[in-house]
Write a protein that binds this ligand. Structure first.
Ligand SMILES: [Zn+2]
Length: 430
């Protein structure tokens, strides 16, 4: 390998251009030395790796570099022929608006910002008393931050419609809506989807554009892409404790960390949560590529600046990445079938937000710290809280919470966590 040229490529890539996609190729095979080499290059990202090969994305010069070190590759052709039948952005937007106006008591549509090309970044909130910010656990789904990974954008629209139409008819869905604040963003990268590309309209990979904790970055928005900034600001205002983001190009659930080989402090719980999703999806469960349809992120391939690690590190929000379909852009006629395969998983995973516990103060300006201990007094970590409230998804069991407010008050209580949907969540009023 030509390490001199490699150094030139790496050095020429300033921080601001990390995650830039000017060139993309598919590299066949599973050459471990090459994969290691690519992983060590911050400017390059791989995706959807299996034994057959992987996708490689990078700035200008990536292909030249591959040529110089004698790596062969394929330049993927674009998939415009698979577009027929898919709704346009404006159709999706008007459908969402229509749904919100058909179900005004439980659905509320709002924009959290604009994409590079000025498209609204819509989020649908679904809950009872939807206009009130109730003390209920907060759940979120975000899809298609990679614009060409389209399946999730369609499935989340199906899911929204299904939940709204089932409210008052299906007992479980009704209970979920009554006792949870559900937020669904069908498209984080509408420009990318309109352009039929992975990156946003500035050619940045949004799933490499979040603060990278392994590099000691701060949780700041400066220099990031508008879509990333919108999600960061949105999350900062809310109290999400469980989420998932939908991708395509494989079929599995991928859990944190993506950016470190270290195990997450709640590794066992993350595996259980991933299995809640994968076990109910026959194609995932029976995967020949991923054991029981799930994988640790870094074990698959290392990814820095992704959304799922960021959401837990800075916001105590457990997030997994769900890869929905091997084809990123399947024929539209296949979409109802994909929804059928994923509906039970999507709902069961949402319900898991009720396996948790938390507290709130009447004073919404209070902040501080909370330490959590399990029944054998094992320390499960200390977490910050703001806005006088805290909630954490936990494994079933009994937990002690020791809450210290920034004005020096200490409160202790015990909570029992189990799987059932609880009235407005398992909160203790302090
Ligand atoms: Zn993706």
């Amino acid at each position: 390998m030509n390490f001199v040229l490699l150094a030139v490529l790496t050095c020429s890539v300033a921080f601001a251009s990390l995650g830039r996609i000017d060139e993309q190729v598919y590299i066949k095979g599973h050459n471990k030395d090459l994969i290691k080499l690519i992983e060590s290059q911050p400017a390059l990202t791989m995706d959807h790796m299996d034994l057959n090969g992987f996708e490689l994305y990078g700035p200008k010069g990536t292909i030249e570099w591959l040529n110089s070190i004698g790596v062969s590759y394929k330049v993927p052709h674009n998939h415009k022929e698979f577009l027929r039948g898919y709704p346009s952005f404006s159709k999706i937007q008007s459908d969402l608006k229509q749904l919100a106006s058909n179900y005004p008591k439980i659905a509320k549509l709002f924009s959290i910002g604009k994409s590079v090309q000025g498209r609204d970044l819509w989020v649908m909130k679904i809950s009872d008393n939807v206009d009130t910010d109730e003390m209920e656990p907060e759940f979120k789904y975000i899809s298609s931050m990679h614009g060409d990974e389209i399946t999730g954008r369609e499935l989340t629209q199906f899911l929204i419609r299904d939940i709204l139409e089932s409210y008052g008819k299906d007992e479980k869905i009704t209970a979920l809506v009554n006792n949870t604040e559900i937020y669904i963003m069908v498209s984080m990268n509408p420009d990318g989807s309109e352009l039929r590309q992975r990156a946003n309209a500035n050619d940045y990979d949004l799933n490499r554009n979040f603060p990278n904790w392994t590099a000691g970055e701060e949780n700041g928005t400066r220099g990031r892409q508008p879509e990333t900034i919108a999600v960061m600001n949105f999350q900062k205002k809310r109290n999400f404790s469980l989420s998932a983001n939908f991708h395509g190009g494989a079929v599995c659930v991928n859990y944190p960390w993506d950016s470190s080989y270290k195990r997450h402090p709640y590794n066992d719980l993350l595996i259980k949560l991933s299995l809640v999703y994968a076990d109910l999806n026959p194609q995932m469960r029976n995967s020949t590529e991923f054991d029981r349809g799930i994988t640790n992120g870094a074990d698959w391939y290392v990814l820095k600046g992704g959304m799922q690690d960021w959401s837990y590190i800075w916001h105590n929000d457990m997030q997994v990445t769900v890869e929905l379909s091997d084809r990123k852009w399947p024929r539209y006629s296949k979409i109802p079938g994909f929804y059928k395969k994923n509906k039970a998983s999507m709902l069961a995973y949402m319900e898991k937000i009720h396996a948790g516990a938390g507290f709130y103060f009447a004073d919404k300006s209070l902040k501080g710290e909370v330490q959590i201990l399990d029944s054998s007094n094992k320390d499960l970590g200390t977490f910050n809280f703001v806005r006088g409230q805290f909630y954490k998804v936990l494994d079933n069991g009994t937990y002690d919470f020791i809450v210290t407010t920034s004005n020096g008050k200490v409160k202790e209580f015990t909570s029992i966590v189990n799987d059932s949907i609880k009235t407005n969540g398992n909160y203790k009023k302090l």
